[in-house]
Unconditional design. Structure first.
Length: 502
């Protein structure tokens, strides 16, 4: 066992807890939409064919925003294909995922789903095969109250009130050579600036996200952000970041330290944006929309799209099964996102259902929670008020990928209104328990509300449709609070949440 000494103090405030940190993502990819959120043959399906069991799990997960409809899919998408009478909608080739898109779900259905799930929609426009006009058309269809061709078309399609979508992504991963309509930073920056400028002529209050790097390891990383923001700084509010991690070659130590890479990604993008701000002599700051993040085993067979003449509808794709270590990494990535709440204004766990997802479904059958469901749901429910940086004194360990990594990472939240405190902590040690000694004296009179731990002697344990609960967060009976000091023992490879109140 080793000891980690942590100090909490309301003076270490980073910024507010933002509900939008707990966003997710629904893409027309694999079984995310069809047999995921939408399955008319399911016993719980509503009039639109949406599964109520999935809506209930989405609520339990505590999702705030949902990005839609892609992802790589959006870069070839014609949004008009998905409106009007369903039986007259075209079937199209989806080049991004070598699938057939039946267009049974489009923008109107998605907005009804979002309302039912009580999530804020975040829309993405196609800047791969399309441009300014089509983005304006979609915005008119969604947000103009009425009296124009496209807003009246929406009304004729059943939605009298505008959808009032605030957050819009200007394309997706335009830096990636795999993207349909991939562009250079300069080409994309110009297009993003002009699309944003025109969209603001319809609605000046939009929150617009420029497409940033699809990974910190991209050869154009840094230069991409600098060029795109040089073109579009005045017109956008956020720049996106995407990151996926996985355990490679049995290197669990590096995998558990993945949040160091996310920290580096966030601080690098912020520094680059601030450098452009300085050059332009502006006061406005660009925030980060971390609108794709998760664990994803991209090299595995289930992530390979079909090939040749096979263009299936809703194939099994990217259906990763997550284990306990994956859940601990997801928890540590949430710690990183919260710790940077001064800069990360929105984030989306990619994705929501079936596709690299916390929620899984059987077609017409059962739905269940993967291990990664739990840290997300717990953090979304417990993080309230202000984010506090936690001072941590803990030994480090050496990783192959990221150098020295602290064995324990943590962040806390403090609600100044109720006095409630939540501490989120991971133990990255693969072999040793950690004794957490937490100094709470700067917030007097705190008492323990609950302490829970997610871990398992076998960190490769995965949930299944038949057993998604025998390994779930369990009460941690070692937690005590005495004289302003919280102590608890946490197992190796664990995610831990302690809640305290006055
Ligand atoms: O989330 C899966 C895919 O990952 C998205 O379509 C794309 O944007 C990213 O490369």
């Amino acid at each position: 066992m080793f000891t980690a000494t942590l100090t909490l103090d309301p003076a270490f405030r980073v910024g507010p807890v933002r509900r939008r940190t707990f966003g997710s993502f629904v893409e027309h990819l694999g079984r995310c939409v069809y047999t995921g959120i939408h399955d008319p043959s399911h016993p719980s399906a509503d009039a639109d064919g949406f599964r109520q069991d999935v809506i209930e799990l989405t609520r339990q997960l505590g999702v705030s925003t949902v990005r839609y409809p892609g992802g790589n899919f959006v870069s070839g998408y014609r949004w008009e294909d998905g409106i009007g009478p369903v039986d007259r909608r075209p079937r199209r080739l989806d080049l991004a995922w070598h699938s057939t898109e039946p267009n049974l779900v489009g923008v109107d259905e998605f907005m009804r789903w979002a309302a039912a799930a009580q999530v804020e929609p975040m829309m993405a426009v196609n800047l791969g095969t399309r441009g300014v006009q089509e983005a304006l058309d979609l915005l008119e269809y969604c947000n103009v109250p009425g009296g124009t061709a496209l807003s009246d078309l929406r009304r004729a399609n059943g939605a009298q009130a505008p959808y009032k979508v605030t957050m819009w992504c200007l394309g997706n991963e335009m830096d990636g050579p795999w993207q349909i309509g991939h562009k250079t930073a300069h080409e994309y920056g110009r297009l993003a600036a002009e699309t944003a400028r025109a969209m603001r002529m319809i609605d000046p209050d939009l929150e617009l996200v420029a497409s940033g790097s699809s990974g910190v390891g991209m050869p154009t990383f840094g230069e991409w952000e600098q060029t795109v923001l040089t073109e579009a700084y005045e017109q956008v509010d956020m720049i996106s970041a995407h990151a996926y991690y996985c355990e490679q070659d049995g290197d669990l130590g590096s995998f558990l330290a993945s949040a160091l890479d996310m920290d580096h990604f966030i601080t690098s993008v912020a520094a680059t944006a601030d450098a452009v701000r300085a050059h332009k002599k502006l006061s406005k700051r660009i925030a980060i929309s971390f609108d794709e993040w998760n664990v994803w085993y991209q090299h595995r067979a289930e992530s390979q799209p079909p090939t040749g003449d096979d263009w299936p509808v809703a194939p099994v794709l990217l259906e990763d099964r997550y284990n306990v270590a994956d859940a601990v990494v997801v928890g540590s990535l949430l710690i990183s996102l919260l710790r940077h709440t001064d800069r990360v204004a929105a984030a989306s766990l990619a994705q929501l259902v079936n596709v690299i997802a916390p929620i899984m479904t059987e077609p017409s059958g059962r739905s269940w929670k993967q291990t990664i469901f739990h840290p997300f749901a717990q953090a979304s429910s417990a993080a309230v008020g202000d984010v506090l940086e936690v001072a941590i004194d803990v030994p480090t360990y050496e990783t192959t990928k990221f150098g020295d990594a602290p064995l324990v990472d943590a962040v806390a939240t403090h609600d100044p209104e109720t006095g409630a405190v939540a501490l989120f902590a991971v133990n990255r040690s693969t072999a040793q328990e950690a004794r957490l000694e937490v100094d709470l004296r700067s917030i007097p009179a705190l008492r323990l509300t609950s302490a829970s731990t997610l871990s398992n002697p076998d960190h490769t344990w995965q949930a299944t449709v038949d057993d998604d609960s025998s390994v779930a967060p369990r009460s941690n009976a070692t937690a005590t609070v005495e004289d302003g000091r919280l102590s608890l023992t946490v197992p190796p490879v664990s995610w831990n949440v302690v809640r305290l109140g006055l």
